[in-house]
Structures are given as C-alpha cells and as structure tokens.
Design a protein around this ligand. Structure first.
Ligand code: IPE
Ligand code: IPE
Ligand code: MG
Length: 245
C-alpha cells in the first residue's frame, strides 16, 4: 500500500466546517436547500469513515450564530432539515455507539428542535465509540462571552483564572482541543468556529464542496495531517524528544 495512504498519526479530535452546500446546489441549477439536503446525506458516510479511522471526536459546524441572518426561507428549511436528520439517524447512531453532544446556545433554537437535541444527547450519553459534537447556533465569540458571564457569576477570582479553568467554562468542557480543522469549499477563514480551542489546531482547506467531500477526500485531509509537524511553539528537536518519551 502507498505509505501516504496509511497515516501513522490520526487526529483524536477532528472538526469540520461543512461549507459549500449552496454553491454545490447552484452549480447543478438546484435551490440552496437541495444543497443542504445533500449535505446531510453526506454525514453518514463521513461519520462511518471517522469511526473506521479511529477518530474519537468529530465536531461538525452545522449552523452558526450568524447564519440566522440568512433569508427566512433558508433558515426555516435548514432547521427542518436538522430536525429530520435527528429523527432519521438517531436510532442507528445510538446502535453504533455514537455519543451526541451539542455545542452552542440552546437559547434561540426552536423549542421542538431543542427537545430533539436534548433527547438525542440523553439517549446516547453512555456511548463511547465516537463523540459527535454538533455545533448548532454556535459562535466562538458568543461561547467566550457565555464563559465570562458564568465565570463572573461564580465569583472566580482574577488570579485563579488560567487556560484550564477557562476551558471548563466553554461548551467543550471535558473535550480535548481539535487536532485538525477541515474546511470544505475553498474558503480560508474560521467564521467564528472554535476560536479558543483551535489555538494550535492544524488547518486543512479543500475546494471540494461539502456534499462531495467523500471518504477519499477525508483520507487526503488525514494524510495531510499525518505529514505535519506540530511544534506547539517549541523547536523541532524538542517535539521529537517529547514524542519519544
Ligand atoms: C454550509 O453551506 C452550510 C451552512 C452554513 C448552514 P453554505 O450554505 O454556507 O453554502 P455556500 O457557502 O453558500 O456555498
Ligand atoms: C460557516 O459557513 C458556518 C457553517 C458551516 C455552519 P458560512 O458559509 O456561514 O461562513 P461564511 O459566511 O462563508 O464566513
Ligand atoms: Mg458558506
């Protein structure tokens, strides 16, 4: 087998900015919602592939706090699609041992969808094959503001605050930072995604639109990750020494 297709180092936590649904649809002369439908069809194969690769946490950017500003029809359609996905996939995900988590503000999501999310989280809470972390009504800045509000409400003393304590106030409390952040559709921006947690993440961008991002595309992203040298601010010799410890 080609060594490039057998990465020795697989990200423990993979995060994906699933972008390009609208352009995928447009390029086919379809309405944008058809692109969002196609995007959700893609979830299953990428999730399976992640399990196969041994990835333990998959964070998916499904809807940002800024996406509320899109035309009302698209927002309504997207919310309906998200509800359908939970209904359609939940039993199978549960049977496969997937634990579902939500990151983002619950407040602002329609009550019926909130109940579905809470149910999915409760039902799968003891599963441990893979954590599927769904970023819905998520914004990195809003997450930091929410954390600061709770820190202040808890009366945390300024001198007691450090990275670890701050991390406990984020939506991702208890989860390690993402190792690799993939963005589909060619954009080279973060769009308010995991801005605290991504401090030392590796980034990978592909021009492929999310609905076309298949197992081979995932493999390419993983190969790319395996070829990177993560230095965390140190020099190469130090990171090599740390790895062999
Ligand atoms: C990503 O696809 C899905 C969401 C943001 C909900 P887009 O809808 O952003 O697709 P483009 O970027 O317009 O092609
Ligand atoms: C980021 O994509 C949000 C999601 C993928 C859910 P956007 O399409 O909203 O980002 P911008 O507008 O191109 O920055
Ligand atoms: Mg987009």
């Amino acid at each position: 087998m080609n060594p490039a297709s057998t990465p020795t180092q697989v990200p423990y936590h993979l995060a994906i900015i699933m972008d390009g649904n609208g352009r995928w649809a447009k390029s086919r002369g379809l309405p944008r919602l058809a692109g969002h439908h196609a995007g959700t069809e893609n979830l299953r194969r990428i999730l399976r592939s992640c399990v196969k690769h041994g990835i333990k946490i998959l964070t998916l950017y499904a809807f940002s706090t800024e996406n509320w500003g899109r035309p009302a029809d698209e927002v309504r359609g997207l919310m309906g699609i998200l509800e359908q996905v939970i209904e359609r996939e939940l039993n199978e995900l549960h049977a496969e041992g997937v634990r579902i988590r939500h990151i983002g503000r619950m407040n602002g999501i329609a009550p019926r969808l909130q109940r579905k999310i809470t149910h999915a989280v409760e039902m799968t809470r003891n599963n441990d094959t893979l954590i599927l972390n769904v970023a819905l009504n998520y914004g990195g800045r809003q997450e930091i503001i929410d954390a600061v509000r709770r820190l202040l409400a808890d009366g945390v003393k300024p001198e007691a605050l450090d990275d670890a304590l701050f991390g406990q106030y984020l939506y991702t409390d208890g989860l390690p930072d993402p190792d690799l952040i993939v963005r589909t559709s060619g954009e080279m921006r973060v769009s308010n995604f995991l801005i605290w947690q991504g401090a030392y993440a590796e980034y990978y961008a592909t021009p492929t639109y999310w609905p076309d991002f298949n197992e081979d595309e995932l493999q390419k992203a993983l190969d790319h990750y395996a070829s990177r040298e993560r230095r965390f601010g140190l020099v190469a010799e130090q990171t090599i020494a740390a790895r062999s410890k």
